[in-house]
Design a protein around this ligand. Structure first.
Ligand code: ATP
Length: 281
């Protein structure tokens, strides 16, 4: 679904860059062991780009995202976000795998909440901005409904609207589309691409879905041994659309990422061809 333009009279958010320098995150393991989940990671997520972060289950993708968001403290090293103001509330949006809407609040109330909490505008303005972003994500007709009256896809649209209502410079997404069916997922891919075009934020997207990473990103980082390696530049042309999934270029890039992922989990490759077929090419 193409996203409608936001009010052009309002300034859009500028993007920000994220740098992790020798970043380590440890957790207590069994007994007295310490498990180093992020291990001296040096990685930069470029301003204005969508970076996809993929890797085997448990490799530390969510931990890295939470550390960038300031929800998890590093054991050593650090994260720099440029400009530094992005660390403050409102300039960073987080979309979780589960929409996590407040059940006793309507769609409109859920989406306007970040504006009210950050006191970044008066209540009338918060309502206007929440209504506007809900219109953009195709939820204008559901502003008075409660979360239990919405489908999973609708809830995820509301969750995305809530993350974007403050016009963040940096949007972090942790497997936001994992629980949705293929059709809905495709619609939300298009929605996210449309929103990114309009609002110009930097995005870091954690996903297990290689096609999603290929279609949405400028660069893909494959996590391995607690680090992210060099980002693999996505050669697919812009603007992106789902039709690209049927092109040979898409199949080839999908195969490259699939191979890299298999290497990261130590699987010998005898499935490159089948992985290209999985991409729908
Ligand atoms: N608060 C915590 N305390 C202890 N261990 C943790 C904590 N958070 C994460 N871990 C461990 O860190 C490792 C990485 O977890 P994380 O959720 O970051 O992985 P992931 O790559 O996002 O996994 P998945 O793809 O399955 O979501 C896991 O072994 C997990 O058990």
């Amino acid at each position: 679904m193409p996203a409608a333009p936001l009010n052009a009279a309002e300034p859009t958010a500028c993007a920000s860059a994220v740098r992790c320098r020798r970043l380590s995150v440890e957790f207590p393991g069994a007994g007295r062991q310490i498990v180093k989940v992020i291990n001296q990671a040096d990685v930069e997520f470029a301003s204005g780009e969508i970076s996809a972060l993929i890797g085997p289950s448990g490799c530390g993708k969510t931990t890295l995202l939470r550390t960038i968001a300031g929800l998890q403290s590093p054991s050593s090293g650090g994260v720099t976000i440029d400009p530094p103001s992005v660390g403050r509330r409102g300039e960073l949006g987080f979309v979780f795998q589960h929409p996590a809407l407040l059940p006793w609040r309507t769609t409109l109330q859920n989406v306007s909440l970040p504006l009210r909490l950050t006191r970044s505008c008066d209540p009338a303005d918060a309502t206007r901005r929440a209504t506007e972003i809900l219109d953009t994500v195709g939820m204008a007709d559901a502003i008075d409904r409660f979360p239990h009256q919405l489908s999973g896809g609708m809830q995820m649209r509301v969750s995305i609207a809530r993350a974007l209502v403050t016009r963040p410079r940096l949007l972090l997404l942790d497997e936001p589309f994992a629980a949705l069916d293929d059709i809905l997922r495709g619609q939300l891919w298009e929605l996210l691409l449309g929103l990114w075009r309009q609002l110009c934020f930097t995005a870091i997207l954690v996903t297990h879905n290689i096609a999603e990473a290929c279609l949405l990103s400028h660069r893909i980082f494959v996590m391995r041994d607690g680090t992210c390696g060099d980002g693999i530049i996505n050669p697919l042309s812009w603007p992106r659309s789902q039709q690209q999934r049927r092109t040979p270029e898409f199949g080839q890039f999908y195969g490259t990422i699939s191979d890299r992922l298999r290497t990261s989990v130590g699987v010998q490759d005898h499935g490159a061809r089948s992985s290209q077929m999985e991409a729908g090419t």
